[in-house]
Design a protein around this ligand. Structure first.
Ligand SMILES: [Zn+2]
Length: 1161
């Protein structure tokens, strides 16, 4: 394409137009440029811009504007070109200022006030200039808005195109905050509102949508400043827009109007603090030694609005910052990335952890005894465990954990698993070991004894826990359980139901349906739990158990317009408050409110293990605002909820709004549902958590956290999760939760059952206590491996030399999905599955299934009782404040010190923003590459073995997606388990496993929400992955290898060791696809979709075609799109001035076509 267009631009900008032949040249150039640019796409215009097109056109404009009289045959095509080029030139505003053209354009517009065709041209250019805020401000100072306001008011349908251009130019000008202030002070806001009402009222056939939207954009920009919002409220803007939008809702074509109205309404909704006395958690816990000062008190009320002033800009900035931060966050210091064997405590301290590896000094005397005496299974169990004197499971009960319970009277609690828990570690060791333990950690021993005394000998504690009352619906019981229950109902006074009798009865009938769960074990465990609120109630689902449904539920399809409907419903509280009740019906802080509310009102409750609901406010008859409790000793971290609700009506959709969510986005916008458990359903034989809720969406609301209270919080905003639920039965007791609950007691009773269900001949199992938590609960540590084949030296050596795998889970209490995955891992590891058998022979598993018991118990989402995120404490854990981390790390240090650092470390988590299951790992090279650092690969050598396990999992686990994995080391993650274990313990395969709360976007489960079954499967497939990893990486015995080959149909690709490429494919492929509805979280974004250049182009073309047609009456038709080809022909052949040209339109005289491949019209 060469220099010829550039040449023509040069002629254009330097022509002083001395003669009429010069004018011809100019006209020709303009015509050719017009032709060129109207044919092509943005690419051509960009070329012209790069060759100085904007400057040349502006220069020509200045020159032309100086000639008297004005030559409109040149001016009009010039202005059109400027508008088209200018809107695509990012630096156009600057260039206008440089060329000092703002005055020129304004004065041209003023001179054209009487001529609408000319004026419209000027307004197009004005609009384009104003897209630069500085230029817009200059134009505003020089009176551009007064001029425009004169054009658009009063309401008139005459010269509609000019009005449109003026409104759009005004909207562009109002992006400048100083222009907005000027507009408000001149009273334009009220004028715009009235004008909008007029247009809305008169445009019944929706022919002037663009005018209405243009006016809304003006309002939207004005209300970006606080003065604008105040004036808007004062001028009844909320009412006017809310009322007007009601007529539009049914018409899909009016989306641009509806969306803009809703953005304005959301932004202007008066900001309020959350309706709680303090955002601090209702629960506080005194920390040992006053470790942490109380956080600063909250700011005074009334500073909420001031936060909002710079909101819009701040939001945009923070988004940009975030993407910048991501790269900036990558660790690029090679020295910091290198593995370093440091120790954060005196070396002598490591000795205590020897006791946590009893497998390394076990002498397996029982094996000999067994082979000699052929003892029965029970006896071996006895000798192995030195179990307490209570009844030992018989052979049958080993197969089915619930067997024995079926034949047992319910009034007896049966064996006390808790009792054993407190003594098991010492009982299971040899005397020698106990001795050592006592020496090395006398303090701990004493502490545990105290713990025992407190837990076991406090009869009050053991009797306070009550199951929550069951549904009070005698007729229903009668119908469902006739005739057994009828007797019960009749026998109890006044027809009321005695809960415990019914439970007793039902347990007898329905016992043992749920594998690996026992209500009796559960209640025994739950009684020992130490909670801050001192729970006295037992939630039914945890007690009774959960059985996954036989099918998975697809992700919820998002209903079109759901967010707008909900937001309008919220705004209606302000505009039409007649039906607003506003009654607090549940309040953790004021128990007087927690009594059953007025008739027809739901009753809420959350004071049970893992429960989280702080406050419930009945907003309207069937609508409730709910507030979650912050993590203990914290004023934030609200995401996890779990509460009971009762007293519902049948077939009524109840709307719930959780109004203090904190995350910027949520999978609730992408098909995720919460979970619900119905007691009546459970009693009818369907005891299960099910995905529930419809009309779900998640958006920023009008509540604000005061600046001081929100210190350290990213943004001071709250978000609403809203959902509607139709309950399956009337007068039921239902439980709603963020995700499938999994309490501490669930885990402890699960371990009890696992221990009893395993085959002790094959499975070596030790349950010890890693430490006591701050809250006084015990954190269990498991050791699982295979019993040695025999007592022969070879076998014992093989036993001792098995590499370690170290697994931890649930450091974040709100991530209950992690516990379900861990449940799957544990059940698989102790199972009779031949693969599990093989796996146990390959590894010794050290497992801490719940790193944050206190957090789980007290319904936290993220933190421990110290208010700390425990997964940010691994670098320097405090033995008092973070005991579980301190000792887990200590045990890892110990393993490293004896040369037995684990082969694999994995920390199970849940991920709330993404789908699928995936791993985060650590790689120096990938991090440096991603950060754009020059890497001397010869200097940095890295074993790419960290990629093997995720690759295997990608093949064997249906929910797992390799492409979602990442191996980048971020500075902000330097104190997480994964990074610290990788760096300090030198564990190459150190991972975080993230499981979605939602569902899968790939593979077998694509489009489905994950249930507990799929999560558990992930846990067992992880084990399978470990086995394959092991078989691939070790020159293991031929016997094991051949066994494995028989068991596993290994795909060649997996076993191919040469496949260890290190391609950088860690980009995420699972970004959310766009929703049917544009999900708008913050409502403050400034974008109007103005990047779509075609709008102004089309406007220009439509106008010109109309001018040619000269049909003043049919203005309406303007909105209809003409065939673009016909338009183009009109445009090109009818330009003013082209009649004079001696050049044929398609001439190559100036060579402008030579570089473009598309043919001219
Ligand atoms: Zn987590």
């Amino acid at each position: 394409m060469g220099t010829r267009p550039a040449l023509s631009l040069w002629i254009l900008s330097n022509n002083k137009r001395e003669s009429s032949s010069d004018k011809d040249v100019i006209l020709n150039i303009l015509s050719v440029l017009t032709d060129l640019l109207s044919l092509g796409t943005g690419r051509r215009i960009q070329y012209v811009i790069s060759k100085g097109g904007s400057e040349a056109l502006l220069q020509a404009l200045t020159t032309t504007a100086q000639t008297e009289p004005l030559d409109h045959s040149i001016l009009l095509p010039l202005l059109r070109l400027l508008a088209r080029v200018g809107q695509r030139d990012r630096k156009f505003g600057l260039k206008v200022q440089k060329a000092e053209a703002t005055d020129t354009i304004l004065s041209l517009a003023r001179r054209s006030l009487g001529h609408h065709l000319h004026l419209t041209h000027c307004l197009w250019v004005l609009q384009v200039c104003a897209s630069n805020v500085t230029t817009g401000t200059t134009l505003g100072i020089n009176g551009a808005m007064e001029l425009l306001f004169k054009v658009i008011t009063p309401y008139s349908k005459r010269h509609i195109r000019t009005v449109r251009a003026a409104i759009e130019a005004l909207a562009a000008l109002l992006k400048s905050r100083s222009n907005s202030r000027r507009a408000v002070s001149r009273g334009y806001l009220g004028g715009l509102l009235r004008l909008y009402q007029d247009w809305h009222r008169n445009d019944v056939s929706n022919n002037y949508v663009y005018i209405r939207r243009g006016l809304l954009l003006c309002l939207k920009h004005i209300t970006n400043i606080q003065l604008g919002r105040e004036t808007f409220l004062f001028s009844k803007g909320m009412e006017i827009l809310f009322t007007s939008v009601q007529d539009c809702l049914s018409c899909k074509n009016l989306d641009p109007i509806i969306n803009t109205v809703i953005q304005i309404l959301r932004k202007c909704y008066p900001k309020e603090p959350l309706p709680v006395a303090t955002v601090r958690s209702s629960y506080s816990f005194p920390l040992p030694g006053n470790a942490k000062a109380e956080p600063p008190c909250e700011g005074s009320e009334g500073d909420y609005e001031s936060d909002g002033e710079e909101e819009a800009e701040k939001d945009l900035d923070s988004e940009e910052e975030e993407s910048k931060e991501e790269d900036y966050d990558l660790e690029t210091d090679v020295n910091k990335l290198r593995s370093k064997a440091v120790l954060d405590r005196p070396e002598e301290e490591l000795g205590q952890y020897k006791a946590m590896c009893p497998e390394l000094s076990h002498n397996f005397q029982e094996l000999e005894t067994e082979s000699e005496e052929k003892k029965s299974l029970e006896d071996r169990t006895e000798s192995l465990l030195s179990a307490p004197s209570h009844s030992i499971p018989n052979a049958t009960s080993v197969k089915h954990p619930n067997y024995r319970l079926r034949n047992q009277s319910v009034t007896e609690m049966g064996p006390d698993p808790g009792e054993k828990d407190f003594k098991v570690p010492r009982q299971s060791w040899t005397n020698k070991e106990i001795h050592r333990w006592d020496q090395t950690d006398e303090k701990r021993d004493i502490a545990e004894t105290a713990q025992d005394a407190h837990s076991c000998e406090d009869p009050a504690r053991n009797h306070v826990l009550m199951l929550r009352p069951l549904p009070k619906d005698p007729a229903w019981y009668k119908k469902t359980f006739y005739p057994e229950c009828e007797a019960l109902i009749n026998s109890s006074a006044g027809g009321s139901l005695d809960c415990s009798d019914i439970v007793t009865n039902l347990l007898e009938k329905h016992q043992g349906d749920i594998p690996f769960h026992s209500p009796h074990f559960y209640i025994t465990r739950a009684k020992r739990v130490k909670s801050i609120p001192d729970y006295k109630d037992l939630a039914f689902p945890d007690f009774w158990g959960h059985q996954p449904p036989p099918y998975s539920k697809p992700m919820l399809e998002r209903k079109y317009g759901v967010q707008r409907d909900k937001v309008l419903d919220d705004v209606r509280r302000l505009i039409q408050p007649d039906d607003v009740i506003g009654r607090t019906v549940f309040d953790l802080d004021e128990s007087s409110h927690s009594s059953p509310g007025a008739p027809g009102c739901l009753t809420f409750f959350s004071k049970f293990e893992s429960g989280n609901l702080r406050k419930a406010i009945q907003v309207r008859e069937f609508e409730y605002d709910l507030i979650m409790n912050a993590d203990v000793n914290s004023n934030q971290q609200h995401q996890w909820f779990y509460f009971e609700v009762r007293g519902m009506k049948l077939a009524v959709p109840y709307r719930f709004n959780i109004i203090n969510c904190e995350k910027f986005n949520s999978q609730f916008n992408y098909g995720m549902q919460l979970v619900m458990y119905s007691v009546k359903e459970a009693l009818q034989g369907r005891p299960r958590w099910l995905r529930a809720g419809h009309d779900i969406c998640y958006y920023k609301n009008h509540y604000r956290c005061s600046a001081t209270a929100g210190r350290g919080v990213k943004g001071n905003f709250y978000y609403t999760l809203t959902f509607s639920i139709k309950f399956p039965h009337k007068d039921d007791v239902c439980y709603l939760a963020y995700h499938y609950p999994y309490t501490y007691s669930t885990m402890m009773s699960h371990l009890d059952i696992l221990e009893r269900s395993r085959n002790p001949k094959k499975v070596y199992w030790r349950q010890q206590t890693l430490c006591q938590t701050l809250g006084g609960n015990l954190c269990p540590l498991l050791t699982i491996t295979a019993m040695p084949e025999s007592k022969k030296r070879d076998d014992l050596e093989q036993f001792c030399n098995r590499p370690y795998v170290f697994l931890v889970a649930r450091v974040h209490p709100g991530e209950s999905n992690a516990s379900w995955v861990m449940k799957g891992t544990l059940e698989f590891l102790v199972s009779n599955d031949p693969i599990a058998d093989l796996l146990r022979k390959c590894f010794i598993f050290k497992i801490v299934p719940m790193l944050n018991p206190d957090g789980v118990i007290n319904g936290n989402h993220r933190c421990s009782l110290s208010g700390d995120d425990l997964n940010r404490q691994w670098l320097t854990p405090n033995s008092q404040l973070h005991p579980t981390i301190y000792h887990a790390k200590g045990l890892l240090y110990y393993l490293r010190s004896i040369g037995r650092a684990p082969l694999v470390f994995c920390d199970y988590h849940g991920h709330s923003q993404r789908k699928n299951v995936f791993l985060y790992g650590c790689s120096i090279k990938e991090t440096l590459w991603q950060a754009g650092c020059m890497v001397d690969t010869a200097v940095i050598t890295e074993d790419v073995g960290y990629r093997t396990l995720p690759k295997i999992l990608d093949k064997v686990a249906p929910a797992f997606v390799m492409n979602s994995c990442s191996f980048l080391v971020e500075k902000s993650r330097e104190s997480t388990a994964r990074v610290v274990v990788w760096k300090e313990m030198g564990v190459l395969r150190s991972y975080t496993m993230e499981s979605t709360y939602c569902g899968c976007s790939h593979g077998l489960y694509k489009g489905l929400q994950l249930g507990t079954q799929e999560l558990e499967e992930m846990g067992s497939k992880f084990c399978l992955g470990l086995l394959i990893l092991h078989l691939k990486s070790l020159p293991c015995s031929k016997k094991v290898m051949s066994q494995a080959a028989l068991l596993l149909d290994l795909e060649e690709e997996i076993t191919d060791r040469t496949q260890r490429s290190c391609s950088n494919s860690s980009q995420e492929i699972d970004d959310e696809p766009p929703c049917v509805e544009e999900v708008d979280y913050n409502a403050d974004s400034c974008s109007d979709g103005e990047e779509d250049f075609s709008e102004l182009d089309q406007e220009i073309q439509e106008y010109l075609s109309w001018v040619e047609g000269k049909t003043e009456d049919d203005e309406v038709t303007m909105a209809q799109t003409c065939s673009s080809k016909a338009l183009r022909r009109l445009y090109v052949s009818n330009q003013p001035g082209t009649n004079n040209t001696s050049l044929p339109l398609h001439s190559t005289a100036l060579g402008v076509y030579s570089g473009f491949e598309s043919s001219p019209v």
